[in-house]
Design a protein around this ligand. Structure first.
Ligand SMILES: [Zn+2]
Length: 262
């Protein structure tokens, strides 16, 4: 029984890994060039690949798989924080670890890295010895004041009690620590739209933009974070870049970065 379930779990990851490797090799040739540059893996290409249901142009890095917002955050880490080059060890908790970040964080000597997710098996295709801890964001299995930095991107829009999740993120963060918890924001909306009676996948897709989202955040997202105790800067960091640079790094406006301090 056990062996059977092991094989069942391994097989799709094995196939997925072969497929991704095959696609990568094929695309590395197809996209060779130097018009765009991934700030994370430093690779250069003719253009980034299309990505998403609506086929966003210039989106996916062929080498590391980074997307627009992942690359923007990486630049932010590099320019505005010491995360990537601190002199002392940084204890980092990372929910729903994006692969391009995971690959770099596991290599960086200054980071004591704890990637986690409610479903760690989703990450079996990540090739690494670093364990992904099982963690429910509304009941995080770590002590108070444990982490210097907490990252949790595009998670809270899936969580029914996001205020409880924010309280938990605050609790496990060190005093003086910081975190970034990006969510999809409708920048034209002042007030977050949520309605717990909307439950079916089709209705959620229509109301909140994706079948498994439980709300659509507006500009009051910042207030919600502040109510959980964080000091929040809504940083329009992307404004630093010219149109040429936006294209070169494959960034998309608008995107405010919510820098949260405890
Ligand atoms: Zn890359």
């Amino acid at each position: 029984m056990k062996a059977k379930s092991i094989i069942k779990n391994l097989f799709p990851d094995f196939v997925l890994r072969i497929y991704l490797n095959y696609r990568r090799k094929k695309e590395l040739k197809e996209y060779s060039g130097s018009n765009v540059e991934c700030p994370i893996c430093k690779s250069k290409f003719k253009v980034f690949a299309d990505f998403g249901k609506e086929k966003r142009k210039n989106a996916r890095c062929i080498n590391c798989g980074s997307l627009e917002r992942t690359r923007l955050l990486w630049k932010y880490f590099a320019d505005n924080t010491e995360l990537l080059n601190s002199n002392s060890k940084i204890k980092l908790l990372h929910f729903a670890p994006e692969k391009p970040f995971f690959n770099e964080f596991t290599k960086l000597k200054n980071i004591e890295y704890t990637p986690c997710d409610l479903f760690p098996n989703k990450y079996n295709h990540y090739k690494s010895n670093t364990k992904i801890t099982k963690a429910d964001i509304t009941d995080i299995p770590f002590d108070d004041n444990t982490f210097d930095v907490v990252l949790c991107n595009h998670v809270l829009e899936h969580i029914s009690d996001d205020r409880l999740a924010m309280a938990e993120l605050f609790r496990v963060m060190q005093n003086g620590g910081w975190g970034i918890f990006q969510v999809p924001i409708d920048y034209k909306r002042e007030i977050t739209y949520e309605d717990p009676s909307i439950i079916s996948e089709a209705e959620r897709e229509k109301a909140f933009g994706q079948f498994d989202h439980v709300r659509l955040y507006g500009l009051d997202y910042k207030n919600r974070l502040e109510e959980s105790g964080f000091k929040v800067i809504a940083d329009n960091f992307i404004e630093h870049y010219s149109d040429e640079e936006l294209y070169k790094f494959g960034f998309v406006k608008p995107e405010l970065i919510y820098f949260c301090e405890k």
